[in-house]
Design a protein around this ligand. Sequence first.
Ligand SMILES: *Cc1c(COP(=O)(O)O)cnc(C)c1O
Length: 411
Amino acid sequence: MTEQLTDWEAVAAELDAADPLAGFVDRFEPAEGLLAYFDGNSLGRPVRGTAQEMARFVEQDWGTSLIRGWDEAWLRWPQETGDLVASAALGAAPGQTVVADSTTVMLYKVLRGLADAQVAAEPARTQIVLDTDNFPTDRYVAEGVAAERGMELVWIDADPASGVTSDQVAEVLGERTAVVLLSHVAYRSGYLADAPTITDLVHRAGGLVLWDLCHSAGSVPLALDDWGVDAAVGCTYKYLNGGPGAPAFAYLAARHQDAVRQPIQGWMGRRDPFLMEAGYQPAEGIRALVSGTPPVVGMVPLRLALEQLRQAGIEAVRAKSLALTDLAWRIVESWPEDLGVSIASPREHDRRGGHLTIRRHDFADVNARLWEQGVIPDFRSPDGLRLGLSPLSTSFREVVTGLQAIRAMLG
Ligand SMILES: *Cc1c(COP(=O)(O)O)cnc(C)c1O
């Protein structure tokens, strides 16, 4: 099939007409001058009504309840919002998830907590396993924890165009494995790691697993409880549409909550914080993952957005996500070979996350020009253009519009 023979607009119109989630697109704020938003995997769009909800929060909750708001509601928001994330996106029972801090800080707290618990139980378990292509903050945090605790980092050499396989993990596991830290969906290629199989492998070697879910929460169905995952962290401003800098979530399986002590011992994670007593004693349960005053204002848009995900259902979101990336795939594949564009993402559905990455030597420059036109993918060095197609807020039509703009720019 040559490029000219497919009427992609007609294909998109049919897909949009048959899309059970089509109605959700209009539940997000329109943006002036925007033709195609392909970066919902970096910063999700605001749900309509977010501005009104924030104004209501300022006037009624903050402005009227004032300091009483903490007792009336806000002190419970880290766990309460965590439970909302858990049920809408994580496949986790209540009482195992909190929302607080940034992903980076949560990653540090949970990774160090798990590592310490492992060394305390078995002093020879001093290895933290991670991969060379994990998101920078994950690598840096692990380097810091290793330096702080005299632990050793074991690096898996990941293929940047795909990701970490279960065979690669199996090869490095052993009696010295403490914690394995991996991203569920690779931020570069969109490769979806086989989380249940890897989790199982790590457990059989006596290790614990910490999944970074930044690119999977809200895009790929998760079953943390069923998979037996030990711990996980993730962003809420990507597919969960919580807004720039919205606080992170962290999941710690109930069975670990007694043994795992996170290192930032603040008053808000203490038992009975308002007794203000001498000495830190962790609160019971997941609350002990909280350190300081919770970022309440930052949770307001998130709580609104989670309701959309709950209504849509993560299985339907995943089905649309695959249909969106399939369409993008077919379009890019139809381009003439001499354009020099290649796809650096997994083709198989069961290994593909929510975005596609395409490559060409001049994409840094192309991306800058696209942004000026209101077509917004993102660029990842050295030559990758990421097409993040957030299922709730993206139509098939938008995929065609954006890819036609990209195609036109390539001459
Ligand atoms: C986006 C992202 C982060 C971001 O961490 P912050 O502390 O929110 O800046 C971390 N890890 C992965 C895999 C990400 O994709």
